[in-house]
Ligand binder design. Structure first.
Ligand code: ADP
Ligand code: MG
Length: 488
């Protein structure tokens, strides 16, 4: 048998790898992964939409030598099976090329180390013309014409990635400037989430600064760590001698979140969609808002988010894709995660129905009773045994029938569908908000106006004191009672 060398035809291969499916934001993130791997502390992104539009991504990482930049520009520069340094966010040796050329037809990379500066360029039009893997090597005068070069030369070392001929971004856009503005918003949102631990300078990693057109990006912590409850201890799974760290969170009840926080945590898709696992590879968020089909995305689990930290040494098990935007857990990890899911989902359900649960649990008196129907459904009724209902009937026996009619109307008129819609849209429902001390005093005072004497007032307050929310404000109830007994 003979062998024969059969390299791919450059124009076709380059053209087809453009269709791997990057979005602008995932493409930019792939370039930043390289900057992080090169120890950069500062990443400066610039979008320039006018005339010869371009996008530049500049870092102050360790830069590349002449030999290194040639390897970096080669398709498949590093074997995916090769072991990577612990903080390397790369994998396939493709990102720089495929991510870039998915967005543009001309990729220029300039890199600086001390006095040395080197530049290379893949120009798809040139490759098509010559029909070969023909890389442009930039001379010094070419380098000086590259946008943002003045910023790179100020750094001791670093790399400047430049995207020009933005055909993909321009395709089908009537107003490119406007659409680019929208795209920048997506990029900003994406980066502030996927690199939030780098942006926050979490211990153990170098703090990273990222700016877009001069504006620094703030990280978004999807767990709202400072306000959320960490419901279970961290769990460590050991797979093939590598540690996977699992940390479950339950977000605070929606009534304890500001509308800004709800928006931040839910993004454009809402809280419900964002529940699930948050998978980090070397502290970089890779996949989020999915239960990997282990559980349905229910309303009651919408506050549950589980942080999972995996090292890059387990890439082969997690079937990572080239864009690094999907990964699914191996069976042995899945088995362990299932146990954790069940516990945290239960907890999220409790936070979610916290107020409801008190209203309907059996040990306390409630305004609403949740009753099981013989046919299997439920119905909600206003508790006629509620001390306030009882006191009103006692004080005004004549109105019992009318009162009952009113309560029935309230029961029949519950706006259930609208409630469902509002809850699904993460709307704040003010009825569900906590009352201030002043409001509690006022409502208690109003209740006791119908009581005939001091004794009746105190009896009613005692009965009310067992009911939420007053049961958590016993000091207020007691003070009011003291005042009643003190007067006259
Ligand atoms: N910003 C950068 N600074 C220093 N080196 C870089 C930078 N970007 C890319 N490289 C080099 O180019 C190589 C190829 O990058 P890439 O195509 O993204 O594949 P991968 O990240 O999977 O290795 C990297 O492994 C790295 O050595
Ligand atoms: Mg890479």
């Amino acid at each position: 048998m003979r062998t024969k060398n059969l390299p791919p035809y450059a124009p076709t291969l380059i053209e087809s790898t453009r269709a791997i499916g990057y979005s602008l934001e995932t493409a930019v993130a792939d370039i930043i992964d390289n900057s992080i791997a090169a120890n950069a502390k500062d990443v400066i992104i610039n979008f320039f939409p006018i005339d010869d539009a371009y996008i530049t991504i500049l870092d102050n990482g360790k830069g590349m030598t002449e030999e290194e930049i040639d390897v970096a520009m080669q398709y498949g520069s590093k074997n995916p099976i090769e072991e990577r340094s612990e903080k390397d966010l790369g994998r396939f040796g493709l990102g720089l090329k495929t991510a870039s050329l998915s967005q543009c037809r001309c990729l220029t990379v300039i890199s600086k180390q001390g006095r040395y500066i080197v530049g290379r360029q893949w120009d798809i039009d040139h490759v098509s013309e010559v029909g070969d893997w023909s890389l442009n090597v930039l001379e010094e005068e070419d380098i000086w014409c590259i946008p943002q070069i003045d910023k790179l030369v100020k750094n001791e070392s670093g790399t400047l990635v430049v995207w020009q001929k933005l055909d993909r971004l321009k395709a089908g856009e009537f107003n490119f400037e406007l659409s680019l503005g929208r795209n920048i918003d997506h990029v900003r949102d994406h980066l502030s989430l996927v690199y939030h631990r780098y942006l926050a300078g979490e211990s153990g990693i170098t703090k990273l600064k990222i700016s877009i057109n001069g504006e620094n990006i703030k990280g978004i912590d999807p767990f709202l760590s400072e306000k959320s409850v960490q419901v279970m201890d961290d769990e460590t799974l050991v797979i093939h001698g590598n540690k996977i760290l699992v940390r479950p969170y339950v977000l605070p009840h929606i009534s304890n979140l500001s509308s800004g926080e709800i928006k931040l945590l839910g993004g454009k898709d809402g809280l419900r969609k964002q529940q699930g696992f948050y998978i980090y590879r070397n502290k970089r968020l890779l996949v989020w808002g999915t239960w990997f089909r282990m559980m349905r995305k229910g309303d009651l689990s919408k506050l549950a988010r589980i942080r999972v930290d995996i090292p890059n040494t387990l890439d082969h098990l997690w079937t990572l894709d080239i864009k690094k935007s999907s990964a699914s857990p191996p069976a042995e990890v899945k088995k362990n995660l299932e146990v954790i899911i069940n516990q945290i989902a239960e907890r999220s359900k409790r936070t979610w129905t916290f107020r409801g649960k008190k209203e309907v649990s059996d040990t306390e008196t409630h305004v609403w009773n949740r009753m099981k129907n013989k046919q299997g459904g439920f119905y909600y009724e206003v508790n006629r045994e509620h001390p306030l209902v009882q006191q009103i009937i006692k004080a005004y026996p004549d109105i019992e029938v009318s009162l009952n009619a009113l309560l029935q109307q309230i029961e029949m008129g519950l706006p259930l569908n609208q409630l469902y819609v509002d809850l699904n849209n993460d709307e704040q429902i003010i009825n569900d908000n906590e009352q201030s001390d002043g409001e509690i005093v006022k409502s208690l005072q109003e209740m006791i106006t119908m009581c005939a004497d001091k004794q009746e007032k105190c009896n009613l307050l005692d009965a009310i004191a067992c009911i939420d929310p007053y049961s958590s404000h016993l000091d207020i109830v007691e003070k009011l009672k003291e005042e009643i007994l003190k007067n006259d």
